[in-house]
Design a protein around this ligand. Structure first.
Ligand SMILES: C[S@@+](CC[C@H](N)C(=O)[O-])C[C@H]1O[C@@H](n2cnc3c(N)ncnc32)[C@H](O)[C@@H]1O
Length: 253
């Protein structure tokens, strides 16, 4: 069994729902729309869309927005929110490694919150290759994950929070600069004593790894930035340890 099979259920969603506010999601959706230069006619894919927190605000900004995720529970929640929208996104349950779309189906694809690189190295390369396959020639892609340069300076982190319903969330994370993998162990203890626990293993690629990684998938890495660097305009393929996260922008030549 893969760690994500159990991790991305109630454990993940219930423990982060209070942090992923509508305001934060709207801000991030704005970053996505700006960097991908979304236009009214674009066919857009939100890869590993979770409960649709970006696909929902972006639905009115493009021709068609599709959210893909493997979790039926998350997609049900997303579909519930979508009912009130005049132009709702469509949600598809599928594995991002084997997408049910033809080659070149999308003008733009994005994957937010470290959700593309959950696998070993060949698996991660395959995930990016599958993203590239469904992108049309000239299409744009955006991949978001943690900033490995920042994490290398402070590899260990731990936190404990109490949620509104009285549940306790404990997290201990450690980033390994040699492998680029962050292992984050999370434990959710409900007021009735029920315990959910799991460990996520996310791969964050360093700036210099992005060029070759993209090339092997048939993509050109055109820019590396972060949520705080969006307004800076196109810059070199550099990113410092001060950036809160890493956003790679890619094009399919
Ligand atoms: C960290 S969450 C991010 C969700 C969303 N992008 C966001 O920013 O809120 C990771 C998501 O990846 C999904 N996921 C994990 N493995 C997947 C796979 N093989 N195929 C499709 N989705 C997957 C999980 O169900 C979960 O919704």
């Amino acid at each position: 069994m893969h760690w994500s099979d159990t991790y991305y259920g109630a454990l993940y969603l219930d423990s982060v729902a209070d942090l992923l506010t509508p305001e934060l999601s709207a801000l991030e959706a704005e970053v996505i729309a700006t960097l991908l230069e979304l236009a009214p006619g674009d066919r857009v894919l939100d890869l590993a869309c979770g409960h649709g927190r970006h696909a929902l605000p972006l639905a009115g900004r493009a021709g068609a927005v599709i959210g893909l995720d493997r979790s039926g529970a998350y997609l049900l929640r997303a579909a519930g929110f979508a009912r009130s929208l005049p132009r709702p996104p469509r949600f598809v349950r599928a594995d991002l490694l084997h997408q049910p779309f033809p080659d070149g189906a999308f003008d733009a694809v994005y994957c937010w919150y470290g959700s593309l690189f959950l696998f070993d190295e060949p698996g991660n390369q395959a995930a990016l290759g599958e993203l590239a396959r469904v992108l049309r020639r000239g299409g744009r892609a955006l991949v978001h994950h943690g900033n490995p340069l920042r994490l290398a300076l402070e590899p260990a982190a731990s936190a404990r929070r109490t949620l509104a319903d009285g549940s306790a969330v404990e997290e201990e994370a450690r980033f390994d600069p040699d492998t680029g993998v962050e292992r984050a162990h999370r434990r959710l203890v409900r007021p009735d004593g029920t315990v959910l626990a799991g460990t996520a293993m996310l791969r964050y690629y360093r700036p210099e790894e992005w060029g070759p990684l993209g090339r092997r998938a048939g993509l050109h890495t055109s820019r590396l930035t972060s949520t705080t660097g969006v307004g800076a305009g196109p810059g070199p393929l550099e990113l410092g340890p001060e950036a809160p996260d890493l956003i790679a922008l890619l094009e399919k030549p």
